[in-house]
Design a protein around this ligand. Structure first.
Ligand code: ADP
Ligand code: MG
Length: 473
């Protein structure tokens, strides 16, 4: 276990940002159609010597982009990546110096590649099929002038042995190996240049579970033996749990939570982390609750949700101070509101359930054909809303909005729902709050700026709807 102190991180990213341009090309940019895909948006991270930092998040959260931007395999849009590079004098170690990877020249970057290596997710496509294993591993030795002739051959044999492969396989081609063996070849290739940091981008996700364990063990053994530092990416918390000293949980281009593995696995949780934890297949001894179901997938980074990016799916989204609805009812109200906002037609808000009433001769396919009472009950049941909300002013706003929908006035309903049901989470971007020595959670629930009544104060002028929502300080 690495005790994180005020020692200087080996690698440190500050405000690392990568936007991809989503425009179709020259014409689009000429027409001003270009739009940013905010794949990584202002990430701060530290990697200490000898540790493993796990990075987890669902597919599309920006993990690979972060990994590539860190090593400048893609050009970052903003931010810095500081690396403490080893320096030698007369072939002897002579301390370290700090370099900013985002500003070094391409020559310096090429030299730095021997310190900073990358292992790809897919061992099937990341190895050149036309090269023998020996040449795949030998390539970085050639590029960096590390070894030639017999010395090169020796080094290749040694690397194959290090990763548990038979040196006699050096003349074989990638297709002759299994997935796990190919990932071992990828690891040997990364080790060839004697790196200090290896960024492993989902190195086991494409492998069978039994093979995953072998590769994870190999990586751990190599870390002990060679003093490597890893950034280890996975979409599943269970994969990083055992090999990470610290874990960063990523959501839509940002870090939701960063802390030691123990801290991340115990409360307080970021609601996103809590959902990921609850989804670990074999019940984790550290997790006692029920599985938390997150609806849908990660929203598009082209147009990320306002405020906290997780608010569109967060089970713990905060309600306006004026209400005291049951949390799952409040979540349902917000789900309806968000769907109405994006709806182009009434039909996309709710569908007529299959079990059509007996007195219904013509089968109704659109909710707009339903009588008013049935329309309302179809909407409420689609969103798991009770027939009446416990709060009378909330209920008034909701039923008026449903009436407006019934009259096909989607715009009116959108405005009413927005006025009555806007969460602080939609308006305020949470700053990472320090919840432990090295534990940061970016969630308004942990953010003392928005503690208790002060939510109301902050929100009062932007009108969170209810007439009771008045600042009182
Ligand atoms: P992850 O590795 O977590 O699945 P990625 O970093 O691959 O996430 O992708 C993050 C977001 O960036 C996704 O929405 C993806 O579609 C987008 N993206 C990735 N690469 C590119 C690219 N070259 N151009 C445009 N968008 C991209
Ligand atoms: Mg990825």
């Amino acid at each position: 276990m690495i005790v994180v102190t005020d020692e200087t991180p080996l690698l440190r990213a500050e405000n690392l940002t990568k936007y991809y341009d989503s425009s179709g090309g020259f014409l689009d940019s000429l027409l001003g159609n270009s739009q940013d895909v905010k794949a990584v948006d202002g990430v701060d991270l530290e990697l200490y010597e000898g540790e493993t930092l796990g990075v987890v998040g669902e597919s599309g959260c920006g993990k690979s982009t972060l990994a590539r931007a860190l090593l400048r395999l893609v050009e970052p849009t903003d931010g810095s990546v500081y690396f403490q590079q080893r320096v030698e004098e007369d072939g002897e170690p002579a301390g370290r110096r700090e370099v900013d990877l985002t500003t070094v020249s391409s020559d310096d970057l090429r030299d730095l590649r021997t310190d900073l290596q990358y292992i790809f997710q897919d061992p099937f496509s990341s190895l050149n099929p036309r090269l023998t294993v020996g040449d795949i591993i030998g390539e970085p030795l050639d590029i960096h002038d590390i070894a030639t002739g017999d010395e090169r051959t020796e080094r290749i044999y040694e690397l194959l042995e290090t990763v548990g492969l038979n040196p006699s396989h050096t003349h074989r081609y990638p297709h002759e190996f299994s997935g796990g063996q190919r990932q071992r070849i990828g690891i040997a290739r990364a080790l060839a240049v004697d790196p200090e940091v290896i960024v492993c981008d989902e190195p086991v996700s494409a492998l069978d579970v039994s093979v995953q364990a072998q590769i994870l063990n190999l990586l751990e053994d190599l870390q002990d033996e060679l003093g490597l530092s890893y950034i280890f990416i996975a979409h599943d918390l269970s994969v990083v749990e055992h090999i990470s000293d610290r874990i960063a949980v990523m959501y839509l281009g940002e870090f939701a939570e960063v802390g030691s593995t123990d801290e991340v696995f115990s409360p307080p949780y970021h609601p996103y982390t809590e959902a990921l934890l609850s989804a670990i297949p074999e019940p984790d001894p550290l997790w006692e609750g029920d599985q938390i179901f997150l609806p849908g997938t990660v929203p598009s980074p082209l147009d990320p949700p306002s405020g906290c990016r997780f608010h569109t799916r967060c089970p713990q989204i905060i309600q306006p101070a004026a209400y005291d609805l049951e949390q799952d009812v409040w979540r349902s109200v917000v789900d309806l509101k968000l769907r109405v906002k994006d709806a182009e037609t009434l039909e996309s808000i709710a569908t007529v359930p299959d079990e059509t009433p007996a007195d219904d001769a013509t089968s109704r396919t659109s909710i707009r054909e339903l009588p008013s009472a049935q329309f309302e009950s179809v909407i409420r049941s689609e969103y798991d809303l009770p027939t009446e909300l416990s709060d009378s002013s909330a209920e008034r706003a909701l039923s008026q909005a449903i009436d407006e929908l019934y009259e096909d006035n989607v715009t009116g309903a959108t405005a009413r729902l927005d006025d009555a049901f806007t969460s602080p989470c939609e308006k305020h971007h949470p700053e990472p709050a320090q919840t432990g020595t090295n534990h940061r959670i970016a969630c308004l629930l942990q953010d003392e700026r928005y503690d208790g009544d002060r939510f109301e104060a902050v929100d009062a002028d932007s009108g969170s709807g209810s007439d009771n929502a008045v600042a009182d300080d």
